[in-house]
Design a protein around this ligand. Structure first.
Ligand SMILES: Cc1cc2nc3c(=O)[nH]c(=O)nc-3n(C[C@H](O)[C@H](O)[C@H](O)COP(=O)(O)OP(=O)(O)OC[C@H]3O[C@@H](n4cnc5c(N)ncnc54)[C@H](O)[C@@H]3O)c2cc1C
Length: 479
């Protein structure tokens, strides 16, 4: 028997590819299977898509050329940056009809103005290159993610990425001054200007920040830079309870609000993972406490931040909030302490399957959340439950690893129920089921369930207005 649906899809796919190959310059695409295959997996290796063509534009004109053809022939495009996204946003549909567009060759930094504190770059530049270029010019670009060598600035903007510097500098949207976007009809929306103020009604660039490639392709970005950081000081402190951590955050903010640039939570379970999978990294305090906070102060001048760190720790110790503290004495110790936090996602990946939650909760309700969530999960040994993340902005990564003795089938069966319980609880506490990773492919159901009717109408209508042929990352975010 012929599967007509499959047959028709294949015909359509072959037609799409033929059109693109005929219409586009040869250096704009590849059909090389090995290259294609490396672009088909999500970061966690859980989802795999299918495609027969990868488009590799080098500049805005190339993107315009591609998008115009795709819009005319209704060929769906999946934009890809560094493919470090954690929600499957870069994975094409399994039917193979969608074409990939990678910004990897759009990786030039175009302009940097030291005096006016901005940088203009193509969207495929890695975050790491952006940060390094700023540093070379005695400037600082604050976005800080463990994935920074691989992720692109276009991907960061498309996901409105967070990270550990949100506390001081805000989410990515706060450091974007202008964007150039190729819209789904191939026209260019350009908001890159040389002026600070431009108050002509609402600013459409904000529609594209966090839109996960569903409203157009970001081609160029203008980023806000800051003065070079002259002084940094950090410590890791050990604490007994989550309530103590919140009290310690208050002490830190009260004493050093303007300098506080990171406040990251880790736990005994997290340090155990690092100890198990990265035995070259020294484990602070022999891991004998329940909770740990890495906090960092930074300043644009040569302030004595070490003294401020010591004062904060003393206050924590005197108030019996802090149990112990380590202040690194050299760069190597500093880097190793940060690694105990930054390598957590990778360590958990090595450990095996896990159910991940990227949630945000009003900070004062985090103890209630942890208490109730741990109760839902009483069937899991506590060593399988890892809570870590950017506590000072209420963002927790709350992940449950598959116990060794549990079958994959049972773990997969529990996945749905656990997600539902956790997300309902987060919603009841006034939080969000997606703090910084976005919606992509894997959180569409939650997007619909936990977003108000009014917000859904606005978002769906903008999608229809900008992309009437639904060619931009179809099947992601929206239904
Ligand atoms: C180890 C690790 C740690 C991480 N830590 C953090 C963290 O602390 N905070 C955080 O927020 N995220 C974190 N992430 C997630 C990820 O790094 C971010 O979401 C990042 O912003 C994605 O950038 P990317 O270039 O890899 O985008 P991709 O994964 O390639 O794409 C992400 C989405 O953006 C779209 N897109 C990409 N480029 C463009 C473009 N030019 N125009 C239009 N759409 C585009 C894609 O279609 C997709 O929907 C982490 C990931 C890893 C692997």
């Amino acid at each position: 028997m012929i599967d007509y649906k499959k047959h028709l899809l294949r015909k359509l796919m072959l037609k799409n590819i033929k059109i693109l190959k005929e219409k586009l310059n040869k250096n704009l695409w590849t059909e090389n299977n090995e290259i294609l295959d490396s672009h088909l997996y999500d970061q966690r290796g859980n989802i795999k898509g299918k495609t027969s063509l990868l488009l590799l534009p080098q500049n805005t004109a190339d993107v315009v050329e591609i998008v115009k053809v795709c819009d005319q022939y209704k060929i769906p495009i999946v934009p890809q940056g560094g493919r470090t996204g954690l929600c499957g946003g870069t994975i094409p549909n399994k039917n193979g009809k969608e074409i990939l567009l990678s910004t990897e060759k759009m990786n030039n930094i175009l302009e940097i103005s030291k005096d006016n504190f901005y940088m203009i770059a193509q969207s495929g530049c890695s975050l790491c290159d952006i940060k390094n270029k700023a540093l070379e010019n005695n400037r600082f670009f604050p976005l800080t993610l463990p994935s920074e060598t691989a992720c692109t600035i276009g991907g960061n903007i498309s996901t409105n990425a967070g990270g550990s510097a949100v506390l001081k500098y805000g989410m990515t949207k706060e450091v974007v001054e202008g964007l150039e976007v190729v819209l789904p009809n191939g026209e260019i929306l350009n908001s890159i200007k040389n002026i600070e103020k431009d108050n002509r009604g609402f600013d459409p660039k904000y529609l594209h920040i966090g839109s996960e490639g569903t409203l157009g392709i970001i081609t160029k970005v203008k980023l806000r830079l800051f003065p070079e950081i002259k002084k940094k000081a950090m410590a890791i402190v050990a604490l007994d309870s989550i309530e103590d951590i919140i009290n310690f955050l208050n002490i830190t903010k009260n004493q050093c609000y303007e300098y506080l640039s990171a406040f990251e939570i880790n736990s005994r379970i997290g340090l155990n993972l690092i100890k198990k999978y990265y035995n070259n990294i020294p484990i602070p305090f022999n891991n004998k406490y329940n909770w740990y906070i890495i906090f960092e102060l930074s300043s644009y001048d040569n302030l004595d931040l070490d003294l401020k760190i010591k004062n904060i720790i003393s206050k924590g110790l005197n108030n019996k909030i802090v149990s112990d503290a380590v202040v690194p004495q050299n760069l190597n110790q500093y880097n190793n302490i940060w690694k105990t936090r930054e390598l957590l996602s990778e360590a958990q990946k090595i450990k095996g399957k896990s159910i991940k939650h990227d949630i945000s909760i009003p900070i004062n309700k985090i103890p209630i959340f942890l208490n109730k969530a741990n109760k839902f999960l009483s069937a899991f040994h506590e060593d399988n439950i890892l809570a870590f993340g950017h506590l000072a902005d209420g963002n927790l990564h709350y992940n449950i690893s598959k116990p060794e003795e549990m079958s994959d089938t049972l773990f997969n069966k529990l996945h749905k129920q656990i997600n539902s319980n956790i997300f309902d609880l987060v919603n009841d506490l006034g939080g969000s089921f997606s703090a910084e990773h976005g919606i992509g492919l894997i959180k569409k159901k939650e997007f619909k369930k936990y977003t108000s009717k009014e917000e859904l109408i606005i978002k769906n209508n903008f999608k229809k207005l900008l992309d009437p042929n639904n060619i931009m990352n179809p099947g992601k975010v929206y239904n």
